[in-house]
Design a binder for this molecule. Structure first.
Ligand code: ATP
Length: 269
């Protein structure tokens, strides 16, 4: 495995002042460059908070977070993000939405006007990779939920981030669309190998896409278990029917059940 890219050491995060909500406690985690990590656990255990901690949107109350050798002290520029709700700007076309980060994030912002044609080509290529050729000039309201989420994925990747954070990106989609997007995401990841954190409630999604799955326990969230996912890549959807795959799902499910019952960080007897 390659070099460590993210290191979290003894990190805790409390929302609000002292006596506020202790969301995460004693998190130790190392991620290698190019690794795909899935984060699962019961509702409210701190999965999204872990993404905020790593991306610098929230500082740790204790411990430290290091990304690419630098201590995280504020929002990182090298992150692309996509959420359950695609949050596309309704007055912009698919292409216009994908281009948005380039108009905001340096160094692209500086070059955007002069290099617009180049950037547009890049955006069109990315849209083609997720099957949206011919829809570049459509507005969000002219696209299905799955298509909007594809645009959102392209928007998260257009500035070639080293780190991709996905918070339940496919949670609102039907099963077939979700599976198509797993394939699209896997293809992009295999090509570009951005380090990825995926928060999901869908264990099939976690096992299909990730190199490793971590389970966060009931709040205050701690990492209560981890499973390596060693299926060769590219992974096809047929993998869902393999006995090894289902054994892994059962194992992760059992670990989540334990995580739901035992508030580990409170030192249950
Ligand atoms: N901005 C905030 N202010 C105060 N408390 C917060 C804030 N954001 C989250 N929390 C609390 O922190 C805890 C962890 O929340 P978080 O959103 O990280 O959980 P999650 O595992 O992503 O949940 P879900 O699976 O339901 O989306 C919860 O108890 C939540 O109420």
């Amino acid at each position: 495995m390659s070099e460590a890219f993210i290191r979290i050491a003894g990190a805790s995060l409390t929302y609000g002042e002292e006596g506020g909500t202790l969301a995460l406690q004693g998190i130790d985690l190392t991620l290698h460059r190019g690794e795909f990590l899935a984060v699962v656990g019961p509702s409210g255990c701190g999965k999204s908070t872990l993404l905020k901690l790593i991306s610098g949107l929230r500082p740790p109350s204790a411990g430290s977070v290091t990304v690419a050798g630098q201590k995280v002290t504020g929002p990182l520029k090298i992150v692309g993000m996509a959420f359950q709700n695609p949050t596309l700007l309704p007055w912009r076309t698919a292409l216009g939405n994908v281009l948005l980060p380039l108009e905001v994030v340096e160094p692209h912002r500086r070059n955007f006007r002069a290099d617009r044609r180049n950037y547009e080509n890049k955006a069109r290529q990315l849209l083609a990779k997720v099957g949206l050729t011919g829809f570049e000039d459509h507005y969000p309201w002219q696209l299905s939920g799955g298509m909007q989420q594809r645009v959102s994925l392209c928007r998260a990747l257009i500035h070639e981030p080293e780190l991709l954070m996905l918070d339940e990106p496919f949670g609102a989609l039907d099963t077939f669309t979700r599976e198509e997007l797993w394939e699209a995401l896997q293809a992009l990841w295999l090509e570009r190998k951005f380090t990825t954190l995926l928060v999901t409630h869908d264990l099939q999604e976690a096992a299909m896409l990730a190199d490793r799955i971590i389970v966060i326990s009931q709040r205050p969230g701690t990492i209560s278990a981890a499973c390596e996912v060693n299926f060769p890549r590219p992974r096809s959807l047929d993998l869902r029917f393999a006995p090894d795959f289902n054994a892994l799902l059962h194992d992760v499910r059992a670990k989540i059940d334990v995580a739901r019952q035992v508030p580990l960080s409170l030192g249950a007897a």
